[in-house]
Design a protein around this ligand. Structure first.
Ligand code: GLU
Ligand code: ZN
Length: 309
């Protein structure tokens, strides 16, 4: 993108950013509906971005399925949908910028090596949490002045400053904080297979697309501090954040394509309304039209008026 990104003065710009690894399920519909309602309530724009960088996980045809599901649900987007796979240049430029600030270093550790080092240091990783990178390759940071090593099969990590305590206000959950140094460690921005990571790509896209409000599932809350840190290093504004309550299955686990969550049913308006009603209920929306003759458009209008998160 060569033209100037939209600025906050252009007003509310929100987005829904699914990874096309399969059709939308009840959990992703909640994120889509919540972000759409928040944008519409605020008279804003709602953009659709396909986060398709991790190509082995992307499923052919999923982009079209997701788009037709959204359309069936009346969740129309503004502007052309974007695809991260065609925006590599922006991510590369951001990486160069961080390299100039001497904030990057190459890392050759495998997951097993990291696990061994953590065990040696008696650092335990709680279940469902990522390993805190112990900084093994950090001494190399000093060697790294330009980017001609970038073709090598190494991962690139950010060197966090020691005091890296990020605080932010979540519009739903209230004040949040994370000590990146202790809770995350130097994280990867480009993997050894050359793929830019979600943390980098999402920050670059949110900035270049002028996103002012991010409304997404609470499963992403633990990423937000990393993203705010990157925004600050890259001189981007930090958008407003709202993290929506997660949809859990009967075992209390997050719904995901990995747990084979059922795709939402959108074959006819009755199915669509049922899915929307479930998602709306999950978002705490009350007193919405429940009659058989309600149309999707009527329901969405009432939901927009009722939106209060
Ligand atoms: N692509 C991410 C996901 O599907 C969401 C990214 C975001 O909303 O920040 O989980
Ligand atoms: Zn390493």
């Amino acid at each position: 993108m060569s033209k100037n990104p939209p600025s906050p003065a252009d007003g509310y710009r929100g987005r829904f950013a699914p990874s096309p690894t399969g059709p939308l399920h009840a959990g992703s519909l909640v994120a889509a509906l919540g972000s759409w309602l928040d944008a519409r309530k605020n008279g804003g724009k709602w953009l659709l971005r396909m986060e398709d960088l991790d190509t082995p996980r992307c499923v052919p045809g999923a982009v079209q399925v997701i788009q037709s599901q959204l359309l069936a649900c009346g969740l129309f987007w503004d502007e052309e949908p974007s695809h991260q796979s065609s925006r590599q240049e922006g991510y590369h430029n951001a990486l160069v910028e961080l390299a100039k600030q001497k904030l990057l270093y190459p890392c050759t550790c495998s997951r097993q090596m990291i696990a061994n080092t953590l065990a040696f240091l008696h650092i335990q990783t709680p279940r469902n949490q990522e390993m805190v990178y112990p900084g093994t390759c950090r001494p190399r940071a000093a060697d790294m002045h330009d980017c001609h090593q970038w073709d090598a099969k190494v991962a690139w990590r950010i060197a966090l400053p020691k005091d890296c305590h990020i605080q932010f206000e979540d519009g739903i959950l209230g004040p949040q904080e994370q000590d990146l140094w202790r809770e995350v460690g130097d994280f990867v921005l480009r993997r050894s297979d050359g793929v830019f990571t979600y943390q980098l790509a999402v920050v670059v896209d949110d900035a270049l697309q002028g996103i002012t409000h991010i409304v997404r599932g609470a499963d992403l809350l633990s990423n937000t501090a990393r993203q705010i840190f990157l925004q600050r290093q890259l001189g981007y504004i930090t958008p407003h954040y709202k993290h929506l309550p997660l949809v859990l299955d009967e075992h209390g686990e997050k719904l995901s394509k990995q747990t084979l969550a059922m795709q939402i049913q959108t074959r006819n308006p009755e199915d669509v309304l049922m899915e929307l009603r479930k998602a709306g209920q999950h978002l705490g929306l009350q007193d919405l039209p429940d009659g058989d003759t309600t149309t999707v458009a009527e329901w969405l209008l009432a939901a927009t008026q009722a939106w209060h998160l």
